[in-house]
Design a protein around this ligand. Structure first.
Ligand code: URA
Length: 191
């Protein structure tokens, strides 16, 4: 599995299929445990991710690690993390459709090789790519949908959104995320 994934990463390293390659410092392919039951798909690398070549290492990434950690999950032990688009869009704008299309083969290969049982769709960009839905996460978050290879997919809020909405009150986005991640843990334990 690791070798197969490595071949895809090497192809991605040389990728010039869209203009994002011109401004990237690093591709941001994926991080975490190869072969884990949970794959989390984010949007695209930001400044810190582009500099380090690792997904979710900035403020949003720290929050994501805390959210996973709150139910005993981590990228060191049981989660693989990647993004819809592997190169940083300038000024952190949302990736354009041509960029998402160009990058799609890498995400598809990651899913095909890793065969996660649980796919967490983190944010609206991933929601659009994985489920073809436009619009926000709010209406679909916390629900299970059938995914590739018999997996279950759950859309969840993006941690950047939670950073902008810090309330913990019942019904707030952070509170909802807490319900969702507990459900993820429950399902993970049942596998
Ligand atoms: N936001 C994302 O969606 N992915 C990252 O890797 C970092 C921030």
């Amino acid at each position: 599995m690791f070798e197969e994934l490595e071949k895809v990463r090497e192809k991605c390293l040389k990728c010039t299929k869209c203009d994002l390659h011109k401004t990237r410092n690093n591709i941001v392919f994926g991080d975490g445990v190869v072969g884990s039951k949970i794959m989390l798909i984010g949007e695209a690398p930001g400044f810190n991710e582009d500099m380090q070549g690792v997904p979710f290492v900035g403020r949003a990434g720290k929050l994501l690690d805390d959210i996973l950690g709150s139910v005993g999950l981590s990228r060191k032990e049981n989660v693989y993390i990647c993004n819809t688009v592997k190169c940083r869009p300038p000024e952190n704008r949302n990736p354009e459709q041509v960029e998402k299309n160009a990058c799609r083969e890498y995400l598809d290969k990651q899913i095909e090789i890793l065969k996660p049982k649980i796919i967490l769709i983190c944010g609206a960009v991933a929601l659009n790519s994985m489920m073809g839905l436009n619009g926000g996460i709010t209406k679909v978050r916390g629900k299970w949908f059938d995914g590739p290879n018999g997996s279950k997919m759950m859309p969840i809020f993006h941690p950047s959104y939670l950073l902008r909405n810090p309330s913990h009150k019942e019904g707030s986005p952070k509170w909802l995320m807490w319900q969702d991640i507990k459900e993820v843990r429950r399902y993970f334990d049942s596998l």
